[in-house]
Design a protein around this ligand. Structure first.
Ligand code: HEM
Length: 541
């Protein structure tokens, strides 16, 4: 059956359901009334039908336990953190699931949340059976589509995705730009003292957002956002506003707002204009770089090359034109690196600083390791790649942070390619599935005392390794062929900054912190971030 036929069939089905709903529930009330009443009734019917479709679990999925619709949606739309939603709404349902699968609402009905190591492994490794769901990116009017397009490394499947990955892989497998990480870490530490209340009350997520944005801009294509030195400048604000707009849960659940109701939302319209301007900036950078590369061929040192330069080189080296990326594909990939690499790493770092603040003995143990490797003294030291590899305990801290607070709470959605069995449950063709990273990593049936921050569970031979045979229980970067391409980049960035901070400062929560009785998370359905995390730093020299 062609996809056109499938679409026609499903449209017919919807129309049939809609007309029978209309005849049964609406028509009896409007017979003999004015045409306005008919129109209002038709709109009411359409709306009620959509709500009905969203609320009711379809028959072919009823064998999988579902979260209660209204409590789940209330939690999402009220901005509650995923930790609260997981505890109140999801984990109780999951406790009744025999295989770690559960249902939750999404934009187009219901999707399967995958939250057990064995099913997780299948989902991540069998990319042919569970390709990325591309429907969300077909809405050409949405801000997300205009920002990252559909031809990018995260969204694509099959041979076209492979082409993108092959061009990008070499750029991420060379040695990491640790000098850049060290330089910007030092800049950020100096900036701590210059702003607001100085070291007494540092707005940690704000600094880290600026730090990781400057890094990804420079590392990706030599573009300096100047976020650390000139906070709130136009370039930074435009980027942040667009990203917030893309992730707005209301627009995520109701994409029709961008498609049909933009005229009624001047602020949203403004975002679309800002996005157009930013896309032009990125396009110009790519074109200029292509031309510079042609003139300077061979004269740029490898260590100084940014990701775009390395991707352009890989493009050039490919003999087959079908294996090269166009300017617009390159732009989409670079924007993806921004979106996927900036907030994720900055939140991972904020969380690590929080866990170290509330666990002073762990902070002290990490500091000892860092000083053993980098030496003590009154000067700022930038770690090398080799020294980063030696920081074993710091790595355990980073892993435990990413277990407790994985910045990407879900994988991107997959779609069952055929009717298929996953962990003993039938998944009908076309069903949307998500790896529920946060929930699995907090499930007491999988991790011992999951709410306790305990880096030692990642020591050789300890709890984490003992799970190897059961599937994938730790997946903050995903796994399999589509594992995060920027994982090592982010880990190196985290190790450089954390080790430099540990050497230079000790830190704790200020007395009045809202996080005193436990970490408070912002709401949202994609990236998790801490709310109002301020820290008090004390210099060691
Ligand atoms: C703590 C930091 C990060 C976290 C937690 C994270 C998380 C993830 C996860 C969970 C996936 C898999 C998504 C899926 O299978 O659906 C992923 C994929 C990806 N990430 Fe990251 N990421 C981080 C940093 C970065 C950085 C620094 C970059 C780039 C500079 C990056 C670029 C990508 C790309 C391009 C993919 C898609 C790979 C593909 O499909 O082939 N990420 N990331």
């Amino acid at each position: 059956m062609t996809s056109l036929q499938v679409l026609a069939d499903s449209t017919n089905q919807h129309l049939e359901n809609l007309s029978s709903f209309y005849a049964q529930h609406i028509l009896p009330y409007v017979k003999g009334r004015s045409s306005k009443t008919y129109i209002a009734a038709a709109i009411a019917a359409l709306f009620s039908y959509r709500v009905y479709k969203m609320v009711h679990v379809p028959k072919n999925l009823r064998h999988i336990p579902a979260v209660p619709f209204w409590p789940y949606m209330t939690s999402v739309l009220s901005g509650e953190g995923i930790d609260i939603r997981a505890r109140k709404v999801i984990l109780p349902v999951l406790a009744k699931s025999p295989n770690g699968l559960y249902l939750r609402p999404n934009q187009r009905g219901w999707s399967v949340g995958v939250a057990a190591p064995s099913a997780m492994k299948t989902l991540f490794l069998r990319i042919g059976d569970y390709p990325k769901d591309q429907k969300l990116l077909r809405n050409q009017h949405s801000l997300a589509f205009k920002f990252i397009g559909s031809q990018n490394i995260v969204a694509l499947n099959g041979p076209v995705w492979k082409k993108h990955r092959m061009i990008a892989n070499p750029a991420f497998h060379r040695s990491m730009p640790v000098k850049l990480f060290g330089r910007l870490s030092e800049k950020m530490m100096l900036q701590f003292e210059k702003e607001g209340d100085g070291l007494e009350n540092v707005d940690v997520p704000n600094f880290l957002q600026r730090f990781t944005l400057d890094i990804i801009g420079l590392a990706a294509f030599g573009y300096d956002f100047e976020a650390l030195e000139k906070p709130g400048n136009e370039k930074v604000n435009a980027y942040e506003d667009i990203l917030t707009g893309v992730r707005n849960p209301l627009h995520f659940f109701f994409p029709i707002l961008d498609r049909r109701f933009l005229w009624a939302m001047p602020k949203r319209r403004e975002l679309h204009t800002k996005l157009g301007d930013m896309n032009n900036v990125f396009n110009n950078i790519i074109e200029n770089k292509r031309q510079t590369l042609a003139t300077l061929k061979g004269s740029i040192e490898d260590a100084e090359k940014d990701l775009l330069t390395l991707m352009l080189e890989a493009n050039e080296e490919s003999n087959d034109a079908d294996h090269r990326l166009s300017n617009s594909e390159l732009r989409s990939d670079l924007v993806v690196f921004f979106v996927a690499g900036h907030d994720t790493t900055s939140n991972a770092l904020s969380f690590a600083l929080y866990y170290l603040a509330v666990n002073p003995h762990i902070q002290e143990k990490a500091r000892k390791e860092v000083i053993d490797i980098l030496g003590d003294g009154n000067d700022v030291v930038h770690p090398t790649s080799t020294q980063c590899t030696e920081m074993k305990y710091l790595y355990m801290i980073i892993k435990e942070t990413l277990r407790m607070s994985p910045p990407a709470q879900n994988s991107s959605p997959r779609e069952g390619a055929e009717d298929i069995e996953l962990a003993g449950s039938l998944i009908p063709k076309g069903t949307v599935l998500n790896a529920d990273i946060f929930v699995m990593q907090h499930n007491p049936a999988i991790w011992k005392n999951p709410e306790t921050f305990y880096p030692e569970r990642f020591a050789p031979g300890a709890e984490s390794e003992s799970k190897a045979g059961t599937g994938l229980a730790w997946v903050p970067f995903g796994n399999g062929p589509r594992q995060c391409i920027g994982m090592n980049f982010s880990l190196a960035e985290q190790k450089v900054l954390l080790s430099m901070l540990l050497r230079k400062f000790t830190w704790e929560l200020p007395e009045n912190s809202i996080n005193k009785d436990g970490l408070v998370l912002n709401g949202g359905i994609s990236i998790i971030s801490p709310r109002d995390l301020h820290l008090k730093f004390t210099p060691r020299f």
